[in-house]
Design a protein around this ligand. Structure first.
Ligand code: IPM
Ligand code: MG
Length: 339
């Protein structure tokens, strides 16, 4: 985060920036993963740049107090229903992928994940003791649901995004089993005539998981629900072999957004000064693009990141022999110099 903030300051665009706790640090400071002071600042802001939230230190807490609840809380409270997760293979990092180079060379996928609905937020939910099958036993349950308006608005985001790319949307569902996703498919089909320039296809989620590793370049934009999107976006990010490089945006209906790296908090290296800051820096670039309409500034940041890769700077996660291994701050320095 520190490096991304330095980059934003260096651009000198006149932003007012404030800092607040969310997730593990907020639990430590206040006992609440999404404290009221943070809520006020987040609601008043045009955009939020977020670090990753969890770690083993908080793993034994009750679910409502876990760091993840802070993240889910801010997404829901700010209405950030549209999660954009690009998976791009940087040519300089082609060897980082575990897949064959010809399978992933030039990979550029955008996963559009619905972020405020689905089984993540469905009620009722819980673990209760119930009489089932003649036994008094613990019973766990969640509820999966979508309204057609929720599906339509995320569908539009995907179609609009595809218009600016290769004009293909693949909608991912499980309509052979789940009614909510039958509705998902129906609504996508109803939307398609409004976007005659975009090709719509459908794929069942299990097949999509397979196709992503078999032939990922067949995809341009993939749109799917909250839970399938959680899983497929992790899979897609790993095709590139460098999750430390991938940013994400979570937008509301007016392009207010929360921007965060796609990776988690990497507790095993926390505080050592060796984490890769590029995903957060690239998240700041997405923020410039989507919330502030500063396309030129966004491209400057992205170009600076490409330049430091071309210059051979690598943090440990993307290091290979023959390149220059640097820590978090040195990587930030290199990006600033390139800017
Ligand atoms: C993500 C994460 C979160 C999610 C967790 C931390 C709650 O996995 O952003 O993909 O499941 O949405
Ligand atoms: Mg996830």
């Amino acid at each position: 985060m520190a490096e991304a903030v330095r980059v934003l300051k260096a651009l000198d665009l006149g932003f007012e920036m404030e800092e607040a706790h969310l997730g593990g640090c907020a639990v430590d400071a206040t006992g609440n993963p999404y404290p009221e002071a943070t809520q006020k600042l987040a609601q008043a802001a045009d955009a939020v740049l977020l670090g990753a939230v969890g770690g083993p230190k908080w793993d034994t807490l009750p679910r409502e107090q876990r760091p993840e609840r802070g993240l889910l809380g801010i997404r829901k409270q700010l209405g950030l229903f549209a999660n954009l997760r690009p998976a791009i293979l940087y040519p300089e990092l082609a060897n980082a992928s575990t897949l064959k180079p010809e399978v992933v060379a030039g990979l550029d996928i955008l996963i559009v994940r619905e972020l405020t609905g689905d089984i993540y937020f469905g009620q009722p939910r819980g673990i209760e003791v119930r009489d089932v099958d003649g036994l008094s036993q613990r019973f766990g349950f969640n509820t999966m649901h979508y309204t057609e308006s929720e599906i339509r608005r995320i569908g539009r985001v995907a179609f609009e995004a595809a218009r600016k790319r290769n004009k293909k949307v693949c909608s991912v569902d499980k309509m052979n089993v789940l009614e909510t996703t039958q509705l998902w498919r129906d609504v996508m089909i109803e939307l398609a005539p409004e976007y005659p320039d975009v090709e719509l296809t459908h794929m069942l989620v299990d097949n999509a998981a397979m196709q992503l590793v078999k032939a990922p370049k067949q995809f341009d934009v993939m749109v799917t629900g909250n839970m399938f999107g959680d899983i497929l976006s992790d899979e897609a990010s790993m095709l590139t072999g460098s999750i430390g490089m991938l940013p994400s945006a979570s937008l509301d209906a007016n392009n207010k957004g929360l921007y965060e790296p796609s990776h988690g908090s990497a507790p095993d290296i926390a505080g050592k000064g060796i984490a890769n800051p590029l995903a957060t820096i690239l998240s700041a670039a997405m923020m410039l693009r989507y919330t502030f309409n500063q396309e030129a500034a966004a491209q400057r940041v992205e170009a600076a990141v490409k330049k430091v890769l071309a210059q051979g700077f690598r943090t440990g996660d993307i290091y290979e022999p023959g390149t220059k291994k640097v820590g978090t701050k040195e990587m930030g320095d290199a990006v600033l110099a390139a800017l």
